[in-house]
Design a protein around this ligand. Structure first.
Ligand code: ZN
Length: 349
């Protein structure tokens, strides 16, 4: 497949380079030629075929840099040449990152609800697309093209990871704050048996959740603005708390639960991100509701839909019934009953 598709294009690129090599151009001019006239020849292949093998890719990169430096050794390190001007680069295209970026656009296409494509992949690859986002990439995927797409998605998520917990806290709260990190890390495991929710919460705590702020930086999204309000930059704090569409949702949720159960769920940014870190009475179910609400918000964002309280309520009721049934299977009846009894009115509402 590679020789059929890529080789003729690489030959074409060789011809374009031959023509432009006759002109006197600076490396800056040549980089513009590469970005406008040359790479466009390959865009379609990068987008729709598996990434070419290392040898082909190296050959292509070698051809481009030989053009820039007129067949002489590189004068500037390649990594530096690819940086922004202010960091001493000339904004040369990082081909490997560029290919990954194109592959990532498929994730967005797949997450749009009920497309034919989604159904096709789910049946041929025997995977669930939601698992891709919420459980990480499937290893069992056979098709080399989708393997590339899922690999790019995982790599992108890990780029978000802060170096340590301190860095994470200063990123979120802009001030130093003390947390019981053991409790923070344990919260989701103590709250539910769902590995989907464990992985989701893990990515929040490790800050590897794909907000538009990050997706914009890596050029997957056209804008870093919030999916819901389109006003502020969508970072982790905004998407789960400060966005006015989201804070309204938390208020409605709190009112509904209080009216049905007379239980108060206090919310602030710490509790929303990390959970209510107590281990008493109703804390487990409070955390479950907070976790499920965050999951609903994130899932709605990925599908680029609008959040609304009825949608959240239905999602919560459906998920809580499942959680409750599982809990009753694991625990002695009287213990499970004490735990769930105060919450039954919201399931029956
Ligand atoms: Zn917003």
């Amino acid at each position: 497949m590679e020789s059929l598709n890529y080789y003729p294009k690489i030959k074409e690129i060789g011809n374009i380079i031959n023509i432009w090599s006759r002109q006197t151009l600076t490396p800056v001019g040549k980089i513009t030629i590469i970005k406008t006239l040359i790479i466009s020849k390959l865009n379609h292949l990068f987008l729709t075929l598996p990434t070419p093998c290392n040898t082909t890719l190296k050959q292509l990169i070698h051809t481009l840099y030989s053009f820039i430096w007129e067949n002489k050794p590189d004068k500037i390190k390649r990594k530096i040449l690819c940086l922004e001007h202010k960091f001493g680069g000339l904004k040369m295209l990082d081909i490997e990152e560029y290919i990954k970026g194109l592959k990532l656009t498929w994730v967005r296409r797949l997450l749009k609800n009920n497309t034919k494509l989604k159904k096709l992949i789910e049946s041929t690859e025997n995977i669930n697309i939601e698992d891709l986002v919420f459980l990480g990439p499937p290893n069992k995927c056979k098709n080399p093209f989708w393997k590339d797409v899922f690999k790019a998605w995982t790599e992108m998520q890990y780029k978000l990871k802060p170096k340590n917990e301190e860095e994470f806290l200063t990123m979120v709260f802009k001030i130093k704050k003390k947390f019981d990190w053991k409790k923070v890390h344990n919260m989701s495991f103590y709250t539910t048996k769902s590995s989907k929710l464990h992985w989701f919460q893990y990515r929040i705590v490790h800050r590897i959740i794909g907000t538009n702020e990050f997706l914009f930086k890596i050029k997957v999204k056209q804008s870093d603005k919030c999916t819901f309000c389109n006003e502020a930059i969508e970072d982790i704090e905004h998407i789960f708390w400060t966005c006015h569409k989201i804070s309204d949702l938390w208020i409605e949720l709190g009112d509904w639960i209080y009216n049905q159960t007379q239980i108060l769920i206090p919310v602030n940014i710490d509790i929303i991100l990390f959970g209510n870190l107590g281990y008493n009475g109703n804390d487990r179910i409070k955390n479950l509701i907070i976790l499920l609400t965050k999951f609903y918000i994130y899932r709605t964002k990925l599908c680029e839909n609008i959040v609304n309280f009825t949608g959240l309520k239905n999602y919560l009721k459906e998920s809580l019934v499942l959680e409750k049934n599982l809990f009753f299977k694991r625990k002695p009846f009287h213990k499970a009953n004490i735990c769930w009894d105060p919450w039954l009115p919201i399931l029956e509402d």
